[in-house]
Ligand binder design. Structure first.
Ligand code: NAD
Ligand code: UFG
Length: 358
């Protein structure tokens, strides 16, 4: 029995493989390598000390998926595969809906055909409707959703609805929807991490590249927000904490993919289905807080310039993560300092990411 990990060669997927392995789960990786390389899997193999079954395939390719479900006994799916760049999704909406929404539909159809009915889905805090910063409270799972402002966010919202409707039609499906806040950091080995293509859109990879000398300075988007220092506040979550949340979610759904009983930490709580849960720390840090913490962790100066707000950004976004603790027995443990130290170890050991020729 194995867990199928779609998008398992990517940033969050590769870290989740390490944690699944620690808890003795069997898994198979299915990825089209559109935003990753097999090098990440080779590095994970080194960390976990065993080889990984990898299938190079696209989630929109039903025939290939059927082949995988025929050749292996798949107990459950952790579904990371998808495109994730907000700005690019505005330029290429059809590609984003095709890849994310149509891809998920194809995957769910094949899962249903093969009676594989457990899925953990990578959703995002971006599904929450825009929040009025003045009346801001941390986001709980019951906050309004769907007021999305870009095709990426809308694709996540649509998939959440599809999963909920699927459950209504067939309540033998067991579904966990994880709404991630801002994943950052890297495995403490410094051998796997986030490897964005081209100029990073997100804060932590951009800061890392300034610190390592690949970029001259950070543009801080907006310094007149209603926050403690005027810069945007987010809930940064260490990717290893986030990965552990997936292990908890798979335990919650009840899986038969354990290689043996070693490491089994099943929780026995009343089951909510579909489970929709925030994965964040509950603590908000500003852009300048992160810059300062990164400088301390790296010992490097991070030059920055205050510039205009970025279109579509909000002042503050952070989670109320108490539900995750209640239902999954999960909470974040890693600090901003650790997030910066681990990001820096990865960046400084691998200035060109996985590709030495970049
Ligand atoms: P990533 O790009 O590093 O990983 C995604 C993986 O999916 C890549 O390896 C890519 O090659 C693969 N993939 C893409 N389309 C595919 C397809 N059609 N078929 C097969 N494989 C495909 O991204 P990540 O940061 O690891 O994100 C993982 C998931 O989490 C994504 O669904 C993303 O939208 C979601 N998410 C990410 C963030 C974030 O800030 N990183 C925040 C919220 C949600
Ligand atoms: N920022 C800068 N300069 C940069 C990059 C970012 O000042 O070069 C600021 C932003 O304005 C924001 C904060 O840093 O205030 C964080 O920005 P990110 O781009 O790192 O993250 P976002 O909160 O905008 O969005 C991220 C992902 C989305 C996801 C969302 C919630 O990009 O896909 O978190 O999970 F939906």
């Amino acid at each position: 029995m194995s867990i199928l990990i779609t998008g398992g060669a990517g940033y969050i997927g590769s870290h989740t493989l390490v944690e699944l392995s620690q808890f003795n789960y069997d898994f198979i990786v299915y990825d089209n390598l559109s935003n990753s390389s097999q090098e990440s899997l080779k590095r994970v193999e080194k960390i976990i000390g065993k080889s990984i079954t990898f299938i190079n395939g696209d989630i929109r390719d039903s025939e290939k998926l059927k082949e995988v479900f025929s050749n292996y006994t798949i107990d459950s799916v952790i579904h990371f595969a998808g495109l994730k760049a907000v700005g690019q999704s505005v330029e290429q909406p059809l590609e984003y809906y095709d890849n994310n929404v149509v891809g998920t539909l194809r995957l769910l159809e094949v899962m249903k055909e093969f009676a594989c009915k457990k899925i953990v889905f990578s959703s995002s805090a971006t599904v929450y409707s825009e929040v009025d910063a003045k009346n801001y409270t941390p986001l709980t799972e019951s906050n309004p959703v769907g007021g999305t402002t870009n095709p990426y966010g809308t694709s996540k919202y649509m998939i959440e609805r599809i999963l909920e409707d699927l459950y209504i039609s067939d309540n033998s499906f067991k579904i966990a929807i994880l709404r991630y806040f801002n994943p950052v950091g890297a495995h403490e080995s410094g051998t796997i991490g986030e490897d964005p293509n081209g100029i990073p859109n997100n804060l932590m990879p951009f800061i890392s590249q300034v610190a390592v000398g690949k970029r001259e300075y950070l543009s801080v988007f907006g310094s007149d927000y209603d926050t403690h220092d005027g810069t945007g506040v987010r809930d940064y979550i260490h990717v290893v904490d986030l990965s552990i949340a997936h292990v908890k979610a798979i335990e919650y759904l009840g899986t038969d993919a354990l290689a043996s009983a070693i490491g089994e930490t099943k929780v026995s709580l009343p089951k909510i289905n579909p489970l929709i849960v925030n994965i964040g720390t509950g603590v908000g840090y500003s852009v300048l807080d992160v810059v300062k913490a990164f400088e301390k962790a790296s010992g490097k100066e991070v030059l920055y310039r205050l510039v205009d707000r970025r279109a579509g950004d909000i002042a503050k976004c952070y989670a109320n993560p108490s539900y995750a603790k209640e239902v999954l027995g999960w909470e974040a443990t890693k600090t901003l300092e650790q997030m910066c130290e681990d990001s820096w170890r990865w960046q400084s050991n691998n200035p060109n990411g996985y590709n030495c020729d970049k």
